[in-house]
Ligand binder design. Sequence first.
Ligand SMILES: Nc1ncnc2c1ncn2[C@@H]1O[C@H](COP(=O)(O)OP(=O)(O)OP(=O)(O)O)[C@@H](O)[C@H]1O
Ligand SMILES: O=C(O)[C@H](O)CO
Length: 523
Amino acid sequence: MAAALQVLRHLARAPLGPLLWGGPLARLASSMALAEQARQLFESTVGAVLPGPMLQRVLSLDPDSGELKVRDRSFQLRQNVYLVGFGKAVLGMAAAAEELLGQHLVQGVISVPKGIRAAMEHAGKQEMLLKPHSRIQVFEGAEDNLPDRDALRAALAIRQLAEGLTADDLLLVLISGGGSALLPAPIPPVTLEEKQTLTKLLAARGATIQELNTIRKALSQLKGGGLAQAAYPAQVVSLILSDVVGDPVEVIASGPTVASIHSVQDCLHILNRYGLRAALPRSVKTVLARADSDPHGPHTCGHVLNVILGSNALALAEAQKQAEALGYRAVVLSTAIQGDVKSVAQFYGLLARVAGARLALPGAGASVEEDDRLCELAADLQLPDLQLKEALEAVVGAQGPVCLLAGGEPTVQLQGSGKGGRNQELALRVAAELGQWPLGTVDVLFLSGGTDGQDGPTEAAGAWVRPELSSQATAEGLDVATFLAHNDSHTFFCRFQGGAHLLHTGLTGTNVMDAHFLFLQPQ
Ligand SMILES: Nc1ncnc2c1ncn2[C@@H]1O[C@H](COP(=O)(O)OP(=O)(O)OP(=O)(O)O)[C@@H](O)[C@H]1O
Ligand SMILES: O=C(O)[C@H](O)CO
C-alpha cells in the first residue's frame, strides 16, 4: 500500500491533462445542490435492489410454455409451485413473485417483521403488498429482530408446507436479512427462550454474524440446510437478497437451503471465545452432543439452486452509474466496510483530506505523513476489496467533481443510552474528523444511509454532513463530542438545523446493508 502511494505522489505531480471541470457534464453536476444530489443518489442505490426489479432481472416465465428461467436454469411449471420466505425484504419479494408466477403458484407462507404491512400501506407502497386474494399466508413476528412465539408459529407452518411436497413440486424460497430471527425452530429439548437468550448474549458480547449463525444452525431444525432437507424430494430454488459482506449463502439468514459445514467443535470454540460454554443450558449441551454422533451426517442439498438476487455491490454499481451521469468521476472503494465506527470515521475523514488535497492542488497533494497514516488506517480495517489506490488515482485524473462510494456495516459499541443508529453515528463522527482539516477550495459532503430505510431504532435512514458542521453546531449550542459520547446521534441531527441533515426515506422494503458516499467538488 505504501508503494502504491509513492506512485500516487508521482502522479499527483504530473502535468495537468485537458481541463474537464467547466464542461457540460460538470456544469450539470454543479447545477444541483450537492445535498440534493446525495439524496437522489441514495434513492437510486436503493432503487436498484427493490424486490420487483431484482426478481425481474433473475426470473422470467414464458406464459405459453410455462417455462420458468432462473438465470441460465429452466424449470417446467404446471401449477406445481409453492413458496416460502422469511426476512425483512420478503413481503415485497413475495408480491413480485406471485405476480410473476400467476396460476402456477399453489400456496405460500412467509414470515416478515411485525408491523411491516401497516408500514408499507401507510407509505403508499402498494407494490410491496400482496393482492387481496393472495395465495400466500403472511405471519408477522420477531419484534426487535429477536425470535418470538409468532415467528415460531411461522417457522412451523413453513416446515409443514415443505414436508408435504413431492418430487413433482418446485419450492421457491425467498430469503433476506433478518431471516434468522424470523425462522426459529429450535431442536428439542432446546426451547425458544433458551435460544433467544443465547443469541442475545452472543450478540451483546460482540460475536460476528458468521459466529452467531454457526450456533443458530447447530440448534435449529430448519437452518443450515434443514429447510431444503424438509422439502426433499421437491426441487428447491432459493432467491437470496444478501445483507452480509461477501454474500455468503451459508451465512445469510443462517443458510436454510445450504448444507452446514460446521462441526460441534466449531460451535464449542465460539461458545468458549465468548465465555458462554460453562453456563450452557443442559438442552443445548444435549443437542450438540447428539449432533456429534448424528448417523445421517450433514444435510445434503443437491436438489437446491441458491441464487443471490441482490447485494450491496449491485446497489453501488447502480450508484456509480448515476453519479457518472451527474458528471462525477465515481469509484467504488469497497463493498465490505466493517469494523468499529470510530476507525471507519477516521478513515473517511483522512481520505477526504488526502483526496481533497489532490483535487485542490493536483501538483502537490497531502503530506507524506497523511498518506502513510491513511494507509495504516486502511490496513487496520482489513477491507479485502478496498480500491484505495484506484480511487486516489481517479481523483488525480479527475480534475473535476469526484464521488467515492462504499458499502458495508460498521459496528457501534454502545456506551451511552442515547438514540441513534450506526449510519447517523458514522456521519457525525466523520463530520468531527472533517472539521479538523483545512479542506480549502474543495466542497466536501459525506452521506451514510441504511438501505432498509431505518437506521437503528430511529425513523431516519441516516444523515449527511459537511466539514463546517461542528462549528455550526457549536454556534447553535450543540456540542458534537457530548452527543457522540452518549451514542445520541439521532437527537443531535433532530436538533441541528431543524433536522435538515437527516436522510428520511421510510422503510424501503429492501435491505443490502449500508451505503456511504464521499463527494468532493472543486469550488
Ligand atoms: N444509540 C445508538 N447509536 C448508534 N447505533 C445504535 C444505537 N442503538 C442501536 N444502534 C445500532 O443499530 C443497529 C441495530 O439496528 P438495525 O436494526 O438497523 O440493524 P440490524 O439489526 O443490523 O439490521 P439491518 O442489518 O437490517 O440494518 C446495531 O448495529 C446497533 O449497534
Ligand atoms: O438473518 C440473519 O441471519 C442476518 O440478517 C444475516 O443474514
